[in-house]
Design a protein around this ligand. Structure first.
Ligand code: ATP
Length: 443
């Protein structure tokens, strides 16, 4: 099989990214630097998949200097982390550059201590053989290696559908690699090899997860739902983690409840092809709502603590199971679009996606119509119209809600009809005050 080279790599990129890469390579040529594409992008190129992120390695120089030299006038150079990784960004294109490095772990689960190293050392610290790949791009790199540097037969593993760790203590060094395995395997169509499964069992026996921080675990959870955009089914990741006895090792009693499987899959599809337009929302929160809804309140609380989910997010995930039953009921009983709008308006985008994923087809259609159309519609009424009737405070909100329901149900067409209805409701409720006294009271 002929393996792809530098020109195929360039061709696999969006034009803006390719132009940014050309700049980096020009800068590397001028300083005789060896630059490689590394990890995920090389793996995806070999698999013939779309190359999404560009990760580069530069040997013998620091990444910041190269990125700064390569940056076109409209670009931004951001120093990423304490490992000296730098991001070069121009328009929609972005490239990550790091210096080759070598790492050691102070203890199991700790963040690695990172030092400058060689290309081989850099590849040796990676999670799986299929990621320990580097593609020479600059002339100097091509002089040193004529083709893909494949440290541990990663290409054979890619062809054989195998996900394999580089050494038997890999999961001890960094247990979050187990979560990466459960995510990358189904995403790439690879299965964890027998040897790696044995290493995983040894790591679990040694209680490696005990020392991994909740923040690191949560970051991996977030990526599971981020990767749904690439077609990953989140339920498959949780199924693997459950089968590998990892969920129970993270928190005793934690599992993948049967009731969560189909909704998680549906959520994955909704992330990949959103049924309505949303602003920014946190898909992992929707995922946790669904995953943890069938669990007991105590297990839910402990799990949220284990993943260091705190504050308002933890409160809303904790309450979702109970609240969703009420919302589903209201949705089922709702007569008309106005009532559906009133039932769903208080939900956050995360809750809306969770409810959608849990609902049957009829209720899903109701939720999608609300999210796509009705929630955007504005009642043809101004605040001053209601003030003029003498409404204020909570009474104003209540009357406005009733007018909105009537409007969405198609019972009124314009501002005059809306004002007439608001007046009628206020009269029935006896809530409107004479206008003059309301104003006078505030003066
Ligand atoms: P992809 O591999 O598609 O980029 P990803 O989004 O999980 O998936 P990143 O988290 O951006 O990848 O990591 C980039 C590269 O860094 C990976 O290809 C892998 O080689 C390496 N890497 C990431 N996390 C680890 C880890 N915990 N241990 C060892 N190597 C890692």
């Amino acid at each position: 099989m002929k393996l792809p080279g530098a020109s195929e790599f360039r061709k696999a990129l969006e034009s803006e990214t390719a132009a940014l890469l050309d700049g980096v390579l020009d800068a590397a040529e001028s300083r005789e630097l060896a630059v490689y594409a590394v990890g995920g992008p090389v793996r995806d190129l070999v698999l013939g998949k779309q190359v999404n992120d560009v990760d580069l390695l530069v040997e013998g120089d620091d990444a910041v200097a190269l990125a700064t030299l390569a940056a076109p006038p409209d670009a931004r150079v951001t120093s990423h982390d304490r490992f000296g990784t730098v991001q070069l960004r121009a328009g929609a294109a972005s490239i990550d550059i790091s210096g080759v490095r070598h790492e050691t772990y102070a203890h199991v689960g700790a963040l690695p201590r990172v030092e400058p190293g060689s290309l081989v050392e850099d590849l040796a610290r990676r999670d799986f053989t299929v990621n320990a790949l580097a593609l020479p791009l600059s002339s100097r790199a091509l002089r040193e290696h004529s083709g893909i540097v494949d440290l541990a037969d990663g290409i054979t593993d890619l062809n054989g559908g195998d996900l394999r760790i580089l050494h038997s203590r890999s999961f001890h060094d960094d247990p979050t690699r187990v979560l990466r395995a459960a995510r990358l395997g189904p995403r790439l169509g690879l299965s964890l090899t027998r040897g790696s499964r044995t290493a995983l069992r040894d790591a679990l026996r040694d209680g490696v997860f005990g020392r991994v921080s909740g923040d690191r675990l949560r970051r991996e959870l977030v990526k599971i739902f981020d990767d749904a955009r690439l077609g990953l089914d989140p339920s498959k990741v949780f199924r693997l983690l459950a089968n590998w006895h990892v969920l129970g090792a993270l928190e005793p009693g934690l599992d993948l409840p049967r009731a969560a499987v189909v909704p998680l899959r549906r959520l994955g599809r909704a992330i990949a092809a959103p049924p309505w337009r949303s602003g920014r929302w946190r898909s992992w929160v929707s995922g946790l709502n669904i995953w943890l809804a069938p669990a007991s309140p105590a297990l839910r609380r402990r799990t949220l603590q284990r993943f260091s989910v705190r504050g308002e997010v933890a409160r809303s995930i904790g309450a979702f199971s109970k609240s969703s039953a009420g919302w589903m009921n209201a949705l089922l009983r709702a007569r008309g679009r106005g009532a559906i709008d009133a039932a769903l308006a208080p939900l956050s985008e995360e809750e809306l996606y969770s409810l959608y994923s849990l609902a049957d087809p009829k209720l899903r259609r109701r939720i999608a119509r609300f999210a796509l159309e009705d929630r955007m519609r504005r009642v043809p009424l101004k605040g001053e119209d209601l003030l003029a009737i003498g409404l204020e405070g909570p009474a104003l909100g209540r009357v406005l809600n009733r007018v909105r329901i009537a409007y969405l149900d198609g019972a009124l067409r314009d501002r005059d009809e809306a004002i007439a209805l608001a007046r009628e409701i206020a009269r029935q409720r006896g809530t409107s005050k004479p206008k003059a006294s309301g104003r006078g009271g505030r003066r």
